[in-house]
Design a protein around this ligand. Structure first.
Ligand code: SAM
Length: 207
């Protein structure tokens, strides 16, 4: 049975420190649509945490980055890096990724979507908070270009298998965990998982 088609329930541990004001999703002074049409790859980085891995990726290759996070300190950190280095092709959005992606991104515009170590919400009563469900997959695949890819990584074995099943159901064919991490840097949450001797699972699906 196809899993439910509802928007994931947005839950952030950090929200109480961020006030209740509705987020303004548009970054002033930046021309997102124009940049998305230049010759570089368009990378959507969802839930980047502190931004450490995003910075590393950008240092290695200056693609266009659209970065979404609900953790204000991470947002400020990445914006500071971007502004200090006068980077004009990195867009940093604060708030619920699902809402922001639907509001600001044109369809068929993204080459790669990165979702590294999203919160696994292990208790079944909290599964509705998981970022990845059929609703989100529909949205993300709409935003991907044909041939674009979605790269998901987690060190939570049950979330890994649940997501694999969901992807298979969604794309209609069997997939394997990827033995190749591509260019995925070691993120803070991966470090934490490795300290606990957790195995890391990569899933890569193409549109
Ligand atoms: C477990 S952390 C992983 C951070 C980083 N990717 C890493 O691997 O170190 C998950 C991040 O996703 C963010 N997050 C969760 N749900 C989100 C949502 N709906 N919209 C934006 N960010 C979200 C959280 O604030 C958190 O920083």
């Amino acid at each position: 049975m196809m899993s439910e088609l509802k928007k994931p329930k947005f839950y952030s541990n950090h929200r109480h420190r961020q006030g209740k004001k509705k987020e303004e999703h548009l970054e002033s002074g930046n021309n997102l649509r124009e940049i998305l049409q230049n010759k570089k790859l368009n990378i959507l980085d969802i839930g980047f945490g502190t931004g450490t891995s995003t910075k590393q990726l950008y240092r290695n290759k200056k693609d266009n980055y659209i970065c979404v996070e609900s953790y204000l300190q991470g947002i400020n950190n990445l914006k500071k890096y971007r502004d200090k280095n006068k980077i004009d092709n990195m867009f940093v959005y604060h708030g619920d990724a699902v809402e922001i992606i639907s509001e600001v991104l044109p369809d068929n515009s993204i080459d790669e979507i990165l979702i590294y170590f999203p919160d696994p919400w292990p208790k079944s009563k909290h599964h509705k908070r998981r970022l990845i469900n059929v609703y989100t997959l529909n949205l993300l695949f709409k935003k991907l270009k044909k041939g674009g890819l979605l790269h998901f990584a987690t060190d939570h074995i049950i979330y890994a298998y649940n997501t694999k099943n969901l992807f298979e159901e969604f794309i209609g064919k069997k997939i394997l965990f990827n033995s190749n991490r591509r260019n995925r840097p070691i993120t803070n949450y991966e470090k934490r998982g490795l300290r606990r001797n957790n195995f890391v699972f990569d899933l890569i699906v193409k549109k």
